[in-house]
Ligand binder design. Sequence first.
Ligand SMILES: *Cc1c(COP(=O)(O)O)cnc(C)c1O
Length: 417
Amino acid sequence: MTHIKYIDGILHVEEVDIPSIAREVGTPFYLFSASQIEDNFLAVKNSVASFGGHVFYAMKANSNQAILKLLFELGAGFDVVSGGEYQRAKAVGCPGDRIVFSGVGKTKDEMELALTKGIRQFNVESFSELHLLNTVAGKLGLIAPIAVRMNPDVDAETHEKISTGKAQNKFGVPITRVEEFFQVASGLSNVNLLGLDIHIGSQITSLRPYEKAFGKVASLIREKNLQISRLDLGGGLGVTYHPIHDNPPKVGDYSQLVRNIFGDMNLEIEIEPGRFIVADSGILVAKVLYRKKGENRDFLVIDAAMNDLIRPAMYSSYHEIKPIRESIDKGNKKFDVVGPICESSDTFAENRNLPEFEPDDLMAFMTAGAYSTVMVSEYNTRPAVAEILVKGDKWACIKKSPTISDMINREIIPSWL
Ligand SMILES: *Cc1c(COP(=O)(O)O)cnc(C)c1O
């Protein structure tokens, strides 16, 4: 997280100090470092270049147009999981041959959209999807390029809600039926089965599950003599949320593993990192409203809430909390950090050792760039927070917060009421 650091005791993103942005845009807001996104992306891109790999950024982690534009210019393709995301890729000028379409529930309309505007491949997750895609492509007189997503039945050793490669998960074709999938696909005239695809989960912090899953893929290709030219290895590379507990693998070690397992197979390899590219580039900045003494706990009530950052409530995830002014009395006090929403799940941290924050002090939730802004809701009629991008000494608002009247005016009272 080299681009988000204290300079003269004040937390900065690149060369911009956070209090000056807070004064202009008001809290809470998200703040991103463009240089950090670039560094992360280029680290992956350069590392997989050693085996001719291509990077398709999984935009569901953060699909702001400014961030997509930045990544596209650096050479990224995109992994999309909806027609909406497909159109986001198109809106930054991405050609179809740099887009892969993943997801377990593609609709007929989404298939038509991608087929007519161009697609590198659909990652197909079931026999029924295969048949529908063949029908849709046939009606358009086109041939759909596809890979089959297989479920390797491997434990990604991550949070159960973001584990996707076990047999009981909804994703992919069971490994035992992949050969049959090839047979069925070869009998269909409007699909062209080019490759295999897996994605076993997210926030993977050990190489072990990758090693197991990739090993199963390699054995399957060899044993069944599958005729493929592409291999999509999915995303999942973990990041450091907790400075002590999270120790994710290095990108170079991941690439080495891929080379070791698939190096001699002459396959075009694709990877789909999301979180790794954006997580540590972003922070959520909030302000302390109240310090409140409970019966046996001390609370910091802040002006951000679970609708702004849902990861702690949804996945019990940890975000490091840093004061914007480094000099705040370090103290030795434990706080619960909570938002204003009327649910006990609106809690960012429990019993956390924190400095002695006082009302009006600013705090940053670190490593908040992935699966954060994209999950913002307007629960409690709280406007979706603004997003700011910093590059060097420049900053710009890349997503405006709606006004309350914008929000109210989106709703319609029927004339018959
Ligand atoms: C979510 C997802 C990704 C990205 O996962 P990260 O953990 O953010 O890298 C990649 N591929 C598919 C199919 C996904 O669903």
